[in-house]
Write a protein that binds this ligand. Structure first.
Ligand code: UDP
Length: 240
């Protein structure tokens, strides 16, 4: 039966930092469980969910490159491996509550997860499985936001839902300016020209070129993932 929601297939981007929760460990199991519960509920409604996980809670290539002679590519490979750790943690959590989940990695780690195969990923989604894409794009010098835009376009998902630690895009830093206002909507043009730090340029322009809307929202507010996936108003919606 066709769900009567705004989206039929979504690409949920979970940043590494959001997984860290209260920051005492790299990953907060309360956060992964909250994600799993909300994703479980929407997949039962028939919405197909693919996830791209970040790795910033464990390792971010750009902040290590240069130190101790670490070149950027090596640092980025370590960053991509960090996303695989998050993916496996998230998969285990989802399967613990009965959601069939597959991890696909952008480079081969075939004892650990499936390799990324586009048509196979789509088949999993059609069968109601959640697919977690790990290892970013598989290339250094890119980000998992770009991986989210890329996989979204490849699997014909309708939207990138960027779950992070802020509840949307503001006109100023809300932690410093109590009068900062949340943008409910923004155009790609506004994001790039005002240099709003929503996503890196590669990611946002890839979304723009492929007409992929982006919703930026706070993962820690209970119910937000469900709202975002169902297409209800939450955070900031970026489009043309
Ligand atoms: N990374 C990469 N290529 C990609 C995706 C990620 O090299 O296509 C590396 C990069 O070093 C990055 C790290 O993996 O810093 C973790 O990803 P990201 O910073 O995007 O995670 P998030 O900010 O979402 O936690």
């Amino acid at each position: 039966s066709m769900p009567s929601f705004k989206w039929r297939r979504v690409l949920l981007k979970v940043s590494g930092e959001a997984l860290a929760g209260d920051q005492t460990n790299n990953i907060d199991p309360k956060v992964t469980m909250a994600i799993a519960r909300e994703v479980a509920a929407v997949t039962r409604l028939g919405i197909e969910v693919a996830i791209v996980v970040g790795g910033g809670n464990i390792f971010r290539g750009s902040s290590w490159a240069g130190s101790s002679g670490l070149d950027r590519s090596s640092a980025d490979y370590i960053g991509m491996l960090a996303t695989v750790m998050n993916a496996i943690f998230l998969q285990a959590t989802m399967e613990s509550i009965g959601i069939p989940t597959r991890v696909q990695t952008a480079f081969r780690m075939s004892e650990v997860a499936e390799p990324y195969i586009r048509r196979r990923a789509v088949r999993h989604l059609e069968k109601g499985r959640v697919v977690i894409f790990a290892a970013g794009t598989g290339n250094p010098f890119f980000t998992t936001d770009t991986a989210a835009a890329l996989r979204c376009a490849e699997i014909n998902a309708e939207v990138v839902l960027k779950a992070t630690n802020v509840d949307g895009v503001y006109d100023d830093d809300p932690r410093r300016n109590p009068n900062a206002r949340l943008h409910e909507t923004l155009t790609y043009q506004e994001v790039t020209s005002k240099d709003l730090s929503v996503m890196d340029m590669t990611a946002i322009t890839l979304c723009q070129e492929n007409n992929i809307p982006v919703v930026v929202f706070d993962l820690s507010t209970p119910g937000n993932i469900t709202k975002a996936i169902k297409g209800e108003r939450v955070g900031t919606l970026i489009g043309s």
